[in-house]
Design a protein around this ligand. Sequence first.
Ligand code: A3P
Length: 292
Amino acid sequence: MDNSSAYLVNFKGFNFESTLIDLEFLGKLDDFEIRDDDVFIVTYPKSGTIWTQQILSLIYFEGHRKRTENVDTLDRVPFLEYNIRHINFEKRLAPRLFASHLPYYLVPKGLKKKKAKIIYVYRNPKDVLISFFHFSNLVVRLEAVDTLEQFMEKFLEGNVLANLWFDHIRDWYKHKDDFNILFIMYEEMKKDLRSSVVKISSFLEKELSEEDVDAIVRQATFENMKSSPQANYDSILQNEIGVRNDGAFLRKGTVGDWKHHFTVDQNERFDRVFREEMKDFPLKFIWDLNEK
Ligand code: A3P
């Protein structure tokens, strides 16, 4: 596998972005202390991480729900492995909320003892691929790719950040009984955000009033997040990560955008690989919101 790209660093078989990662921290991650009330969002990139970060922040922080506090969502729910704001995790007040793209085998071992809760968000991989393609061309810390054909090649080889989509979801699902984990689908969130918020908050054992749920749903829509500086990561991208064009983290936020990009041949190829890789996999995927 060609991982020669200077943008990625491979640690124990997994590709991380090379400039934002602290290899020393990664080396000690296994022993990172997990607390019972920690909450983790785990995703393959481009599957709805930022969206779920916003939802968790709204669930846990009244000041966010009521708009009386002005804190970046990334500071409320930082990435465990990409701690770009250098937050001291040990000193954080409970409950500590984290996001992560880690594969199941690299997470702190405390999680495997079913301490803490994990929300695994997944999205149909054709839309993940399209979102990832645009994102790779947007941020300066990922390798830009000229054509979708080239990106599909890399994606299907796992020669991208976070490796193969198929491995990520399959392995997490296979080991689900080792963790206290809820699987949530991006497309279900899109179809019925309110029910998804209720499902997430009941998994987290957080009592919310109808009014609270309304406030969360309202502030977690694509449009409202896109226009909120705390939620849209625009300034993080521009000032802390670096961008190549005027694209945005919140790009389209739809289901089925792949149909505007894949050629018939690319779609057939993807379907062949998907059928092969995901045979016997029990979770269903939604490729288009109009499908029955
Ligand atoms: P698109 O590029 O298809 O628009 P991640 O945070 O895991 O990187 O995922 C980013 C993807 O989630 C982007 O997809 C982004 O637009 C989408 N997204 C973020 N917030 C959303 C929301 N509130 N509703 C729908 N999609 C959202």
